[in-house]
Design a protein around this ligand. Structure first.
Ligand code: ATP
Ligand code: MG
Length: 560
């Protein structure tokens, strides 16, 4: 991705307008964004939208984008997730250089900020029970009630908070709350909890802490510490923005943080048909073994997408195409597939595969003899050259390319008809062999020795059918997985449990016959199997000299 080409047509959107205005007004001299995953699951297609947005803005404006693990919650987070997130963001094509951060490394600063708020009378230790706190919070139409502990003095609060930190109290005994306004129309401003007691080990800080910051408190501080200019998040955080601004403004006034402060901007999350993009549901699919692990090629995780053969370029193209908006929408999965096809069509080498093999015997071709035919590696890119494919007396063709009695408009093989064996010879069908049950076991034909593609005589033959084939003696017999959508409903779970919308035929494993060159495919090599679609050598199950292939996407949308 050259910076030039990306800059040439950055699609305008409301976030770019905002940034342009900020830069023009001198509010910032450059931009700094971040992608802040919580390492408690694998990234999915929705995260890819956020990643491409944040890293894409940093690239286009010559700024920086941080990869920050938002790991302030003890217990739920694991190194396995951290590693897979790093891999996935790299795979999508983005770099963060030295800008890799862990929110848990700011625990001391967050704690110091809390003490500063307490000393300024802007936070207090509340000792109400959880139920009382909930009851006193009020509703959308009713103001909340002040806690009886709200008027503790800064000195009392500081002492209690320090004892909370020292581990003197059990979980839930006290919380630290911001002191704002229990009658605020926005419930998020009714003295939100900012610290809780949690006696739990943390993957990074171990047992150093037993008080942990709440997300709504931690996140703005993380942004400010890292000098983020534009903190971009999904719409559900819109109601949190007043607290985000209140908190940072107070802390800047107190000298705990520096201006200019980051600005939160919300955009609509990605919703896609035929998939689920919720961590909870993805975890359920994996744990209940409806799929084979996080990287199952049917899952909309980025590890799954990679195994499926989807390209990072296709994800970036998709993100660019759907853009960002302020209103929720449901994007059709076929839009994503079309972006992938566009990229694969340009980049995937062509190869020949017979997925439902039937023997074709050329009775007038000498037994034991063979010769080479030449097939282009990419029809639109002749510079990629041609490769030799062996031709011999017995070939594999697709079972669907022969019928005994042709329906109207059928131009492929049937007794008496002539077709071209693509890149090879014209043959005329003479009949077929059948087993006792009447199943066709082999098709017979004769070939025309002067009809070879690329030779002077070839053009004299006019035929309508053009079939792909593989020399049986040279073929590479391999496992091919034909993946389909994991859900059969466009909006899984809309009308019943989402598990009941699972497509029972989302994968078919078949023994296929492939052209010999495919035996050397390396894991993650992508190809177009002519007439079939795009396939990738599986990065997990392939062995040297024995790749197995996954279907990424068909040549056309067959779901419409
Ligand atoms: P949870 O809230 O259950 O932790 P999450 O999907 O929000 O799940 P995070 O790790 O917090 O997980 O997400 C990291 C970033 O990805 C956040 O900034 C979030 O807004 C963004 N994100 C998550 N899902 C989507 C989506 N469907 N479309 C766009 N952005 C998303
Ligand atoms: Mg989240």
């Amino acid at each position: 991705m050259s910076e030039q080409s990306a800059k040439a047509h950055p699609a305008a959107n409301f976030i770019r307008h905002l940034i342009d205005a900020d830069l023009a007004a001198g509010r910032h001299t450059g931009i700094r964004t971040r992608f802040p995953p919580e390492p408690n699951g694998y990234l999915h297609f929705g995260h890819a939208k956020s990643i491409c947005l944040n890293f894409g803005l940093a690239r286009d404006y010559g700024g920086a984008c941080h990869l920050r693990f938002d790991d302030t919650n003890p217990e739920k987070e694991e190194q396995e997730y951290v590693d897979s997130i790093i891999d996935a963001v790299h795979w999508l094509g983005w770099e963060w250089g030295a800008n890799l951060f862990y929110a848990s490394n700011y625990f001391q600063q967050m704690y110091d900020c809390a003490e500063a708020l307490i000393q300024a009378g802007l936070a207090y230790v509340d000792s109400q029970s959880a139920e009382a706190m909930r009851a006193n919070r009020g509703t959308l139409t009713e103001a909340g009630k002040n806690s009886p502990y709200r008027d503790r003095t800064p000195a009392e609060n500081l002492e209690l908070f320090r004892r909370m930190k020292a581990g003197e109290f059990p979980d839930g005994a006290h919380v630290l709350r911001a002191k704002i306004d229990m009658a605020a129309p926005n419930i998020n401003l009714r003295d939100p909890a900012i610290y809780r007691i949690r006696h739990a080990g943390h993957h990074n800080t171990g047992n150093a802490w037993c008080v942990y910051p709440m997300y709504a408190y931690a996140h703005p501080i993380e942004d400010a510490i890292e000098r983020i200019t534009h903190s971009i998040c999904t719409l559900e955080f819109e109601d949190q923005r007043p607290f985000y601004d209140w908190l940072l403004d107070q802390l800047a006034e107190l000298g705990s943080l520096q201006r200019p402060l980051p600005q939160q901007i919300e955009f609509a999350r990605l919703n896609l048909t035929y998939v689920v993009l919720s961590k909870r549901k993805l975890i359920q699919l994996v744990e209940e073994k409806h799929v084979n692990g996080w990287d199952d090629p049917r899952l909309p995780t980025l590890v799954g997408a990679r195994r499926r053969g989807y390209t990072p370029e296709g994800f970036r193209k998709f993100a660019e195409m759907i853009g960002v908006t302020k209103s929720d929408s449901l994007i059709d999965y076929s839009v994503f597939e079309e972006c992938q096809r566009d990229v694969l069509n340009e980049t995937a080498l062509r190869r020949i595969a017979v997925l439902d093999p039937l023997k074709l015997v050329i009775d007038n071709y000498p037994e034991g003899e063979e010769e080479e035919c030449f097939a282009p590696n990419h029809p639109q890119q002749p510079e990629l050259g041609k490769r030799a494919v062996p031709f011999s007396r017995e070939l594999w063709i697709e079972r669907g390319d022969f019928v005994e009695v042709p329906p109207k408009g059928y131009f492929r093989l049937f007794p008496g008809n002539k077709v071209r064996l693509r890149y090879g010879f014209v043959v005329e069908c003479t009949g077929c062999d059948q087993d006792a049950a009447g199943n066709v076991t082999a098709v017979h034909c004769n070939y025309f020795a002067d009809s070879k593609s690329g030779t002077p005589g070839a053009d004299a033959y006019k035929v309508k059918g053009n079939l792909h084939w593989i020399s049986a003696r040279h073929a590479y017999a391999a496992e091919v997985r034909l993946y389909d959508r994991l859900f059969k409903a466009p909006n899984p779970g809309a009308e019943r449990d989402f598990l009941d919308d699972i497509n029972p035929d989302s994968v078919k494993v078949i023994p296929a016959q492939l052209e010999p060159a495919l035996k050397d495919a390396k894991p993650e090599d992508r190809f177009q199997f002519e007439r079939h679609g795009y396939f990738v050598a599986d990065r997990v199950d392939s062995r040297p000299g024995a790749p197995v292939f996954n279907r990424t996407v068909g040549l056309k949308d067959t779901w419409k």
